[in-house]
Design a protein around this ligand. Structure first.
Ligand SMILES: Nc1ncnc2c1ncn2[C@@H]1O[C@H](COP(=O)(O)OP(=O)(O)O)[C@@H](O)[C@H]1O
Ligand SMILES: [Mg+2]
Length: 224
């Protein structure tokens, strides 16, 4: 029992403006503690695939498993809980609530899950901020910190519920090389120290080469 994520024969069509077969028989699995990257030209279907894998898009055929349990076909309310509990997501743009403090942003997904008291959640959030070296920013408004810091806050937020897998869609796409390196090293440390599984779409070949393996996409297929 160590497959954290498995896709079996995922196919997807966009029907508008005309029928377009965007994902073609996508099958692969990520094991616990694996750090995989997805590369491929713009338009090859990477973001579309991540939306399906993160359970946000349910319009596809094939099967998606999380921790060896079938996720495909579940009700929207169940999917929302599964997503909040098991999947951390980091985007190119951070989507922090700018009027809230860093600490409040990180606490939000745990408050939504409602398994712990606010005090426990605050403690967890500070632990995550410490792990990312930004606990000194806890009380700052999210709008008042730098781009690299915002992305680290977004990672802390993605980790607050201790997900089974962290997914990223070009999480370093807006960062300079110093901050990209920083994010990569954080991901690597999460894999090595916490046994976290990661799946990250990137355009950065140096980043991808340092992951455990590269899933290469072309025209909606995995080619290697
Ligand atoms: N909502 C949509 N409706 C129709 N076509 C779409 C839609 N979203 C994306 N596409 C098309 O699907 C293809 C794959 O897009 P995407 O998954 O965003 O690629 P990538 O992330 O690899 O750049 C592209 O040709 C894009 O134009
Ligand atoms: Mg994309």
């Amino acid at each position: 029992m160590d497959k954290v994520l498995e896709a079996k024969n995922i196919n997807k069509h966009f029907l508008k403006p005309k029928d377009f077969h965007v994902l073609k028989n996508i099958s692969f699995a990520i094991k616990k503690g694996e750090f995989a990257s997805i590369m491929g030209k713009s338009g090859s279907g990477k973001s579309t695939l991540l939306y399906i894998l993160s359970t946000m898009d349910t319009e596809y055929t094939g099967e998606l498993y999380l921790n060896e349990k079938l996720v495909t076909g579940r009700l929207p309310s169940e999917l929302s809980r599964i997503r909040n509990e098991h999947i951390g997501f980091v985007f190119q743009f951070h989507y922090l609530l700018s009027e809230f403090s860093v600490l409040e942003n990180v606490m939000l997904p745990a408050k939504k899950l409602a398994r712990k008291t606010n005090q426990e959640i605050e403690f967890d959030a500070i632990q995550k901020l410490k792990m990312l070296g930004i606990e000194n920013l806890a009380k700052q408004k999210a709008s008042r910190i730098s781009g690299g810091e915002k992305q680290r806050v977004a990672i802390a937020r993605a980790l607050i519920n201790n997900p089974s897998i962290l997914m990223g869609d070009e999480p370093t796409g807006n960062l300079d090389s110093y901050n990209s390196d920083n994010v990569f090293n954080i991901f690597k440390r999460l894999k090595e120290e916490e046994g976290l599984s990661l799946l990250v779409v990137t355009h950065d070949e140096d980043f991808a080469k340092r992951t455990d393996y590269i899933i290469e996409m072309e025209d909606g297929r995995i080619i290697s």
